[in-house]
Design a protein around this ligand. Structure first.
Ligand code: ZN
Ligand code: MN
Length: 486
């Protein structure tokens, strides 16, 4: 048998929980981990005779996301009932959008590999309500309806990704976008983003193409599980094809789950036929008409999107793609960075300060660096102090920590903490001379050259730093050493 080539073909469905304060069709508060069944009312409990009222904010958030995903926004859209027969949605149907989704035919740009970008089509994005939660124990089953009626934006991509890394990149990019727009907290721990990849494999044998049956992996809620399950499934389908030669046909799509403990996908349902959800228009809800004025108003809320920002930082400020990516993970951090650059900070210097010391402090505090509320002007001056040689990089890190703690100005902290760098040549020369006199062995090693000379230089530099309590300007000291020892 000749050698087989294969590649994955993956489309993704994502449910994004919108950051509305109330539910989609009633006024119940959206609250994570509240007392079970404490955020419910006759509407989301599906009492007879109640009427749903649409949450306008959720519609606007969906339109805004659709615009960011380069979609066409429907001028006219309606609500449909999708049959659903489980206790966690007691109406026995889910309100969703069937044939007229709010947004369609768009695309999202992703960083498929570091520095390599790819466009993935967006088939549609529609708004719907979430179900509640069923909990089953050995003795009984319980239903919590706090989540029932939560607004969800379901986004469906074209099957245009080829591996787990691309699928993950799309998920991460989407998270960045919805957070920038403020339409979702996109907190994975709280289940704000849930993924369902559809996967099959294209196999090439002597120029003839075969496609394996599609498998859909249900309900993934971490980037890691998403990436790993996709890569596992591609490999599994390829191996399966070699044994069975089974190809895609009507009705042989299957549903699988991800077993995280064993890092494998497991079959849930085979031969899944097209569901008969018996969609029909919801007679209790008015259709949504998106007027040009309303659309223009929402379009006005769009901001520069993260990937565009990332590219601009590379082109305009000469940052590496990686650094630009780190700076643009959160809108608040990017805005602070940009504001400090406006106030004169050197972009690269500032980037180092934020992405290294700054983000380390933020991680320790378990908040975003932007949430320290540092004044952009203070940050710009701190960066400038390093560039002017007034302080060294490690002093800057200490000053930054203190700025966050006390809100004091960087200059004042540098003075108070004795962190101003010594750059006075004659003063430093005397200290260098002292270090040379005290360490003839190291001096000898430098003069002979060879392996040990580099280490000896470092040692002498360390001696000077010790004598000046870390305040010597290393550039000046190196120059003096170079003049004296070659
Ligand atoms: Zn309610
Ligand atoms: Mn859905």
């Amino acid at each position: 048998m000749s050698k087989l080539k294969y590649r994955g073909l993956i489309g993704l469905e994502i449910h994004v929980q919108l950051a509305a304060t109330t539910k989609m069709f009633c006024r119940c508060a959206l609250e994570f981990a509240a007392q079970p069944n404490s955020r419910v009312c006759p509407v989301c409990l599906a009492m007879p005779g109640v009427l749903p009222v649409m949450n306008k904010k959720a519609v606007e958030y969906s339109i805004l996301t659709g615009l960011a995903l380069n979609c066409q926004i429907a001028e006219f859209t309606k609500w449909d009932r999708k049959s659903y027969y489980y206790p966690d949605l007691p109406k026995n149907y889910q309100i969703s959008q069937y044939d007229l989704p709010l947004a369609s035919n768009g695309y999202i740009e992703i960083e498929a590999q570091p520095g390599r970008f790819k466009r993935i089509g967006i088939l549609r994005a529609h708004l719907e309500e979430d179900a509640g939660k069923n909990t089953h124990t050995a003795d009984n089953s319980q239903v919590d309806l706090n989540r029932a009626g939560t607004p969800l934006l379901e986004i469906v991509t074209e099957p245009e990704m080829s591996n787990g890394a691309e699928v993950r990149a799309l998920a991460v990019e989407l998270q960045r976008i919805v957070r920038y727009l403020g339409v979702s907290e996109a907190d994975m721990q709280k289940g704000h983003m849930r993924f369902e990849p559809n996967i099959n494999v294209i196999i090439d044998q002597d120029g003839k193409e075969y496609r394996t049956p599609i498998a859909e992996i249900k309900n993934l809620n971490s980037f890691r599980a998403l990436e790993r399950s996709v890569d596992y499934e591609i490999r599994r389908q390829f191996e399966q094809f070699k044994k069975s030669r089974l190809v895609m046909e009507m009705g042989n799509k299957s549903t699988r789950g991800w077993d995280d403990a064993n890092q494998v996908t497991v079959l849930q349902r085979e031969k899944e036929e097209a569901h008969d959800y018996r969609y029909f228009p919801d007679p209790d809800l008015l259709p949504v008409k998106v007027t040009p004025e309303w659309l223009a108003e929402i379009r006005g809320r769009l901001c520069e999107l993260p990937l565009a920002l990332q590219r601009r930082y590379v082109n305009q400020y000469g940052l590496s793609d990686y650094d630009a990516g780190v700076l643009t993970v959160e809108r608040g951090v990017a805005e602070l960075f940009e504001a400090a650059v406006q106030q004169g900070a050197d972009p690269k210097r500032l980037c180092n300060l934020i992405t290294q010391a700054g983000m380390k402090l933020a991680n320790e505090a378990q908040i975003s660096f932007a949430d320290f509320n540092i004044d952009a002007g203070d940050l710009a001056r701190l960066a400038a102090m390093i560039d002017e040689g007034a302080i060294n990089a490690s002093a800057a890190d200490k000053i930054l920590a203190k700025m966050i703690q006390t809100g004091e100005k960087p200059e004042k902290i540098a003075e108070d903490e004795n962190l101003i760098q010594k750059s006075d040549e004659s003063e430093l020369e005397a200290i260098v001379d002292q270090a040379i006199a005290e360490n003839p062995e190291a001096v000898e090693q430098i003069k002979t050259g060879g392996k040990k000379s580099k280490k000896a230089r470092g040692f002498l530099m360390g001696q000077v730093m010790q004598k000046t309590r870390g305040q010597a300007n290393p550039k000046v000291v190196s120059a003096i050493f170079a003049a004296k020892l070659g």
